[in-house]
Design a protein around this ligand. Structure first.
Ligand code: ADP
Length: 292
């Protein structure tokens, strides 16, 4: 097969591993920077050009679109879809997953367990919003945040009010969420490929932190997940329409709750923690599902 990996950074672990795995499986693989692509939007002959050349003959595209380039990156993915090329995650699903509020609404509608979450525009209802999620301690999250940035734990109602007012003053969109203290600073990343969780790791936050993101100094170990966690992760990915997803789950007193469904989950942390060949599983999925 001829496979394109859409990534801005050929040298990072995830891109390298996918490239390697594709080669090991005997495929021709090209790493393409989506920001250097330009597209021709016509009905008879849609095309993507890269460094002056028309891209042709691709059987499948693996999008690795970072949050900062969602708009242009997904436009390029969509253009490949218009050309009839199979894309591992569809552009519409990537866009959906990038909007935290929309994602939570879709997951809630389908009965996926979530932390109690509130959202409001008006400054008049700060107190009501705090009460809605059961009061402090609570978590305030910027909708645009990634890798734990813009996620704040407010330990008292007073602190929560101050953070909410500060975010409002900055005209930022944010969520207010029940704090799942019983997870004790640990979350579970389930790596979903197709209808399976191919690997799972537990991330634990560093001392004095409540966010377990590896970018925030968290550490990861492999974890055995329960059947309920497994089915929650697979269902969450399916509801978002993602074939490959990193589903973040907290173990709460009311069962597994989903924090987020990531459409370009990193491979380094989870391959290192679990020793599994996740890049190989992704390529296998591409082989089995790309229309030939
Ligand atoms: P990001 O997309 O920036 O990673 P998350 O919503 O996943 O944001 O939050 C980052 C981390 O903060 C999570 O991995 C988790 O450890 C912690 N966290 C987030 N929300 C909650 C919550 N409601 N209760 C407890 N911990 C939370």
């Amino acid at each position: 097969m001829k496979i394109g990996i859409l990534s801005r950074r050929p040298q990072i672990y995830s891109t390298r591993r996918l490239e390697e795995a594709a080669q090991e499986h005997g495929h021709e693989v090209h790493v393409i920077d989506p920001l250097r692509c330009y597209v021709n939007i016509t009905s008879h002959s849609p095309a993507v050009y890269y460094r002056g050349e028309r891209l042709e003959g691709f059987d499948a595209i693996i999008p690795r679109i970072g949050a900062s380039i969602t708009f242009y990156g997904t436009a390029v993915v969509r253009q490949f879809e218009m050309m009839g090329v199979s894309t591992l995650n569809k552009s519409v699903a990537i866009n959906r997953s990038r909007d935290k509020l929309r994602s939570l609404q879709l997951l809630a509608q389908k009965g996926i367990g979530l932390p109690v979450t509130g959202f409001a525009h008006s400054t008049k209802f700060t107190r009501e919003l705090i009460d809605l999620v059961g009061g402090a301690p609570l978590v305030v999250k910027l909708l645009e945040g990634t890798q734990g940035l813009g996620v704040v734990l407010a330990e008292t109602d007073k602190a929560a009010e101050s953070v909410i007012e500060a975010f409002r003053g900055l005209k930022a969109n944010f969520l207010v969420q029940e704090y799942i203290g019983e997870s004790k600073g640990c979350d579970i990343r389930c790596f979903v490929v197709g209808k399976k969780v191919v690997a799972a790791m537990m991330r634990t936050c560093k001392e004095g932190e409540f966010r377990s993101n590896l970018h925030r100094g968290g550490t990861a170990i492999p974890v055995k997940i329960t059947p309920e966690e497994r089915s929650t992760a697979v269902r969450a990915a399916r509801i978002m329409g993602l074939n490959v997803a990193g589903v973040d789950i907290l173990r709460s007193n009311h069962g597994p709750v989903v924090l987020e469904v990531n459409s370009s989950p990193g491979l380094e942390g989870i391959e290192n923690a679990t020793g599994k060949d996740i890049a190989g599983s992704i390529i296998k999925f591409v082989e089995d599902n790309a229309a030939s």
